[in-house]
Structure formats: structure tokens, C-alpha cells
Design a protein around this ligand. Structure first.
Ligand SMILES: Nc1ncnc2c1ncn2[C@@H]1O[C@H](COP(=O)(O)OP(=O)(O)OP(=O)(O)O)[C@@H](O)[C@H]1O
Ligand SMILES: Nc1nc2c(ncn2[C@@H]2O[C@H](COP(=O)(O)O)[C@@H](O)[C@H]2O)c(=O)[nH]1
Length: 196
């Protein structure tokens, strides 16, 4: 935290710190949809691109949605300390490249991470000033509908993700803010306001 020095009668406001914001929430709640909607109107919002051992879905591109790596490459990222946080989620590993995030914060720009609960907890530990935002579904049935309706996962993987969702929903109180994803437009606006 920078220290503002005040001289005379007009106090100097403290310099605004660039902020790291984490967006978490159960798989299928709509995190990517909300972030994509916000960034369409505000492409200047910087989103960290994670590394993952998950296979690309149709339409996903290297370096855009993720850096797609194999197990050995992920092991190296971990061993070399190149990840700010990482977690295993529903059978795959995911992690946030550290240096890109630090570069942005150093340049005074806000940073957005879209990561799971385990990652959010690690960020809270290592960067206590981070803002943790939880994206909640309007209801459990709607979450199941969205995850199933996306059509990207097998029934077995959907079951694993829904099991993780129960744990994630139970951890909502660990977050600073909850946004309920009833309307993509409304939540995108609220998230943008939190980033600024
Ligand atoms: N507010 C909403 N109303 C209705 N459908 C929505 C809404 N937000 C997202 N969806 C739909 O829900 C599905 C899941 O959304 P999305 O892939 O963005 O979720 P996610 O939280 O990023 O999931 P994951 O964590 O698995 O990556 C998509 O088909 C998307 O179109
Ligand atoms: N801890 C981390 N979680 C991450 C990261 N990147 C994405 N995720 C989360 O994984 C699940 C599944 O994502 P999907 O693209 O396979 O549907 C979801 O909750 C993401 O938010 C990361 O770098 N670290």
C-alpha cells in the first residue's frame, strides 16, 4: 500500500492501487459468458489466460481461452514456480501464469482472474488485497440446466462438476461480493463496476 503524504491544507488522496479481482463460481454458472459480454464492450479489461491440461473444446484456440499443455509441461510450470496458483478440477489441472499478472499490476492495470474456488483461496492467501467475487446461479436447477445445456461435457464429467459445485456453493461466504447471474447484461455491468 502506498503512503500518501499530506502537506498544507489540501490532503493528497492515496494513490489508487491496481487491483486483482478473482471471479469464481460453479462450473456452468456463466463466468465465461459474463466476462466475454463485458469484454466485448470493454476490450481494455485484461483477463489472465490460464494454462490447462484439459483438451480444447471445439472453437477454443491456443492462447485465447487457455494455453493447452500436457501433463509434463504443467509439471514444469509448477516446478519452476511459474504459476501464481493452480488446482486440479474435475480431472484436469488449471493454473494462472504468474509473470503476466505481476506485469499488469506493476503497470498499474487491473487484473481479472476467472478461476475455481481452490485457486481463489490460494490467491487470498498470497495476495490478501485481492477482491474475490462469487458468481452464483439463480437456482440449483438452473445451474444443472446451463451446464448440461452447454453440451461440452460427458454425463460423467457433468456429475464431477456438479459435485464440485456443491462444495463451491457452500463456500460463498468466503467471497467479498456475490453476484447472481440472472441476467448476463446486468452482471457484466456490475462486474465492470467492481473492477474500476
Ligand atoms: N444469465 C444466463 N442465462 C441463461 N443462460 C446463461 C446465462 N449465463 C450463461 N448462460 C449459459 O450457461 C452456459 C454455461 O456458461 P459458461 O460456459 O459461461 O459457464 P462457466 O461458469 O464459464 O463454466 P465453466 O466454469 O465450466 O467454464 C452457457 O451455455 C451459457 O450460454
Ligand atoms: N484454479 C484455477 N481454476 C481455473 C483456472 N482456469 C480456469 N479455472 C476454472 O476451472 C474450471 C473449469 O474450467 P473449464 O474451462 O474446463 O470449464 C472453472 O471453474 C474455471 O473457472 C486457473 O488458472 N486456476
Amino acid at each position: 500500500m502506498s503512503t500518501a503524504v499530506s502537506r498544507g491544507t489540501s490532503p493528497v488522496p492515496p494513490a489508487r492501487q491496481p487491483r486483482l479481482t478473482v471471479l469464481s463460481g460453479p462450473s456452468g454458472v456463466g463466468k465465461s459468458t459474463v466476462v466475454a459480454h463485458m469484454r466485448k464492450a470493454h476490450p481494455e479489461v485484461w483477463l489472465s489466460v490460464s494454462a490447462t491440461t484439459r483438451k480444447p473444446r471445439p472453437g477454443e484456440r491456443e492462447g485465447v481461452q487457455y494455453f493447452f499443455v500436457d501433463d509434463g509441461e504443467f509439471d514444469k510450470l509448477v516446478a519452476n514456480g511459474e504459476l501464481l496458483e493452480w488446482a486440479e478440477f474435475a480431472g484436469n489441472r488449471y493454473g494462472t501464469p504468474r509473470q503476466a499478472v505481476l506485469d499488469r499490476l506493476e503497470a498499474g492495470e487491473p487484473v481479472l482472474l476467472e478461476i475455481d474456488l481452490q485457486g481463489a483461496r490460494q490467491v487470498r492467501e498470497s495476495m490478501p488485497d485481492a477482491q474475490l467475487v462469487f458468481l452464483a446461479p439463480p437456482s440449483w436447477d438452473e445451474l444443472v440446466r446451463r451446464l448440461t445445456g452447454r453440451g461440452t461435457e460427458s454425463p460423467e464429467v457433468i456429475e464431477r462438476r456438479l459435485a464440485a459445485a456443491k462444495v463451491e456453493l457452500a463456500a460463498e461466504s468466503e467471497f467479498d461480493v456475490t453476484l447472481v447471474n440472472t441476467s448476463v447484461e446486468d452482471v457484466a455491468r456490475e462486474l465492470l463496476a467492481l473492477l474500476r
